[in-house]
Design a protein around this ligand. Structure first.
Ligand code: C5P
Length: 229
């Protein structure tokens, strides 16, 4: 059974405030997207890749894709639409039980060990799951006016990372239901949770950072250096 990888890379990355989407900003001499795909390929070279790109993308270069089996899919308005488009594009090939890993293009620091551990943890899991890291800071909820309304119990809170992996049929149903209900899901797990299922939390490294703000690029560069040491 082949493993599928979906990499949503159709976002504009507006929070970066840069001239081009964040996946094309240089990180240690290469675009973020090239790093992310190289990391995925290093651990999962046999996987089949679906890369979601903006149809008007002017920066993409196929030379950055190390996978032998890959296809380009048009991204949608939201992340969930981009992933749903990828799943629709492989409907003739993927079986209901095929494992699909979805990984943010903006997470270039994911390690091979985490990728392998996630695959192992999900290999016989009926629901699926995600890499996640326990929250270290005390968490506050605001009152909408700049003051604290409540302190959330930190125990039991996790950062949802990626990849997130689910069976093809389940993930397709979950995302279709979310899109139909008009709810914005910011990850795959929340769409699966909305069906009443409980995805598995697979402990992952905290340095699997999502490049979001300008200072994250320098941080990611240091993480890549530290991981090589
Ligand atoms: O903006 P954010 O960092 O939450 O986006 C998460 C991932 O989803 C990124 O990899 C981004 O490129 C992707 N995305 C997408 N299609 C969209 C919006 C975001 O593929 N319409």
């Amino acid at each position: 059974e082949p493993l599928w990888l979906v990499v949503p890379a159709a976002g504009q990355g507006r929070r970066m405030g840069a001239a081009r989407p964040k996946q094309y900003l240089p990180l240690a001499g290469r675009p973020v997207l090239a790093h992310t795909l190289a990391r995925l390929h290093g651990a999962l070279p046999e996987a089949r890749l679906c890369l979601c790109l903006d149809p008007d993308d002017a920066h993409f270069d196929p030379a950055w894709v190390p996978f032998a089996d890959w296809r380009r899919v048009a991204g949608g308005a939201e992340r969930a639409d981009s992933v749903a488009n990828a799943l629709a594009a492989i409907s003739g090939e993927a079986t209901e039980q095929a494992l699909v890993l979805v990984h943010d293009v903006a997470r270039p620091c994911v390690t091979a060990a985490d990728l392998r551990r996630l695959c192992e943890a999900l290999s016989d899991d009926p629901v699926g799951g995600l890499l996640a890291a326990p929250v270290a800071d005390t968490m506050k909820r605001d009152d909408g006016a700049g003051r604290v309304a409540a302190t959330e119990a930190r125990a039991g809170l996790w950062h949802a990372l990626t990849p997130q992996g689910f069976r093809y049929g389940l993930l397709r149903r979950a995302l279709a239901a979310a899109v139909e209900a008009g709810v914005t899901v910011t990850d795959e797990a929340s769409a699966v949770e909305a069906l009443g299922l409980a995805p598995r939390l697979v402990p992952g490294r905290r340095d699997n950072l999502k490049i979001t703000h300008p200072e994250d690029l320098a941080l990611a560069e240091q993480i890549l250096i530290a991981q090589r040491a």
